[in-house]
Design a binder for this molecule. Sequence first.
Ligand SMILES: [Zn+2]
Length: 325
Amino acid sequence: MSTQPTSAILPVTRFQAAEYLRMFVNRGAYLRQSHFADKESGRFYYYKVCDRKSKQPFSIDIPAIQSHLAGHITIGLYAINPKSQSAKWIAVDADYADARRDLLRLQQGFCEDGIDALMEQSRRGGHLWTFLAEPLSAKLCRLYVLNVARRLGIEVKRDRSDGIEVFPRQNELQPGEFGNAIRGPLGIHRASMQRYWFEDDEPTLEAQFELLRHVRRVTREHLEALTAGMEPIPDRTPPKPWVQVSAAGGHDQGFQILSHALNAKRSGRNYVARCPSCAQRGEDRRGAHLSISVAEPRMYHCWAGCTTEEIREALGHPIRRKQAA
Ligand SMILES: [Zn+2]
């Protein structure tokens, strides 16, 4: 069935919002997609919904979900509950040229394992959703999906290469971490102002909820049986050469990585610290991935393969592209 995206604002009941919360919300903190494109990148970024003064994240509530489903705002949902390190769903995001073909192959691969997955449209490609009978560890979810992807020869996204992204994006979160979020289904994407639907039913909230209610959930026993003997697959990029970070543009001249609280230790010709980007994924707990040149502190490198962009983003200082004159 082919369901076209639609753009209308829809009426939503509190009951629907409560059901959505039970199905999709793993933790209180959530994101909202900006209603305006970023001036430099043209992208509609998601930002964490926080109290202005205390900077504490707000907890998602029924009115926020109603507003998302109606189409007034668009929320992003985190994949992991930090208390249990578990997820209620697995979502696979793909947005490159052959994305749809890869997602359909993955869906078929899941199907052969007795696992149902629903295809949701997105602006490019799609999101493939699998629902769990109870929250299951993020690690177990990733172990399964990354192994199926490897079996089918489907690329996992590395740096800027094309490939699928598996949510949860981390095996576990460290205290204070949030991991990655994905656009909450059934809302309106601010960039296209379109509402993307699950493809297996009619484009109405009633039909979509009915579909979501009845999709077969994966049980713990089933996923544990499928993953028995599977090897963990690192979802990381290979090491890359050192990068000169000051080359990107005027804004970067002032960026000094050592001025950030990295707890760097001197080791020969380098300082060694926990990579901020790895840390966001709960990795590099021993603080050994990031090397910073003592002689030239603007040169740094993550041995797990994080890009300069990812490291700068993690430090809250994203690299600004030079604006066209
Ligand atoms: Zn790193």
